[in-house]
Write a protein that binds this ligand. Sequence first.
Ligand SMILES: Cc1ncc(COP(=O)(O)O)c(C=O)c1O
Length: 391
Amino acid sequence: MKDETRLVHAGRDPQRDGGIVNPPVSRASTVLYPTLDAFARRHAGDAKYRAVRYGAYGVANTLALADAIAELEGGAGAVVTSTGLSAVALALTALVGQGDHVLMTDSAYGPTRAFCDEVLTRFGVETTYYDPLIGAGIAGLIRPNTRVVFTESPGSLTFEVQDIPAIAAAHRHGALVLMDNTWSAGLFFKPFAHGVDVSIQAATKYIAGHSDAVIGTITARTEALFRRIKDTTMAFGDVAAPDTSYLALRGLRSMAARLRQQQTAGLQIAGWLRGRPEVKRVLYPALPGDPGHAIWQRDFTGACSLFSIVLHTGDEAAVARMVDAYRYFKIGASWGGFESLVIPAYPAQLRTAVPWTDPGFVLRYHVGLEAPEDLRADLEEGFERLRQALC
Ligand SMILES: Cc1ncc(COP(=O)(O)O)c(C=O)c1O
């Protein structure tokens, strides 16, 4: 079965749901049992992990979403969490404990770093940041107490592509490989086929796809890891809400088509940006010539429409003149929706393993579903404002 077909059919059973195409929203706290004996046995065996027992442990349509994500990524099981960030935090919490050591890519999403620095440290877990391009060299950083090698590929803001199969050789040293797989949406990168143990996504992005929901997913390679993670999410009482899960499962149905169009537009816009005199570098591994292109081409089957540019200028006031008056690229956090977005990025403020020294201003763009010609005209007018501001 191809992924396009899988996305249409995974996690739904119209026969079970009275012929209804979309699994209906199950709003529930209480679930009733016919007898005291059935109530007493509600957590037994598989039921603890896969049955509807109480709203806080998941209802039919949240479990359906989890099944669909597990199928898409090729894992043994998945949980759905309240946000993408809670998925990161809960996956880490499930797998590390006092005295353990985490290796974290220097290109990780900022709040992932903050969770390590501000929360895990309080529980006696040490984090070392590593060069995202380290590849097999990760073995040299592994300590006897290293439990997790956390990857994110391409990295947040600067889009370095990690050599995940080489890093996964860390298995031999007993550490688990976690990956923030949000950029590929689980469609363009198959984590478990490349040696990852646990894949995390902010389903907030392309899966929900309409900028109207926050939700996360954690998918595990093995049933044992899935159970350990689900035990932790249940212990925290964290689960995606039924209405939000409904939006995410609905978004999943059209995700391949949206991503195909956004990939085409993203490549067009990024390629055009690379030829602009104002732009020093485009950070987008789908573009031939990008430092990460070869590994991206080897391991990924496509690209989403999120990338950054480094301008020649570092003049923030001039950049504001350009960006503030964009017609379509609106200023706002997040990505993966139908609309185009832009934000300033300050990698120098985050990086510790490999300092970011380029003085050029960095902007992150998300290309939406608008016509690429309109987006290009918007950017072109912006460059004219930048030119005038720098005169
Ligand atoms: C790469 C990445 N991971 C995780 C998250 C967190 O997702 P959420 O906003 O749903 O908490 C984000 C959000 O921007 C992200 O960009």
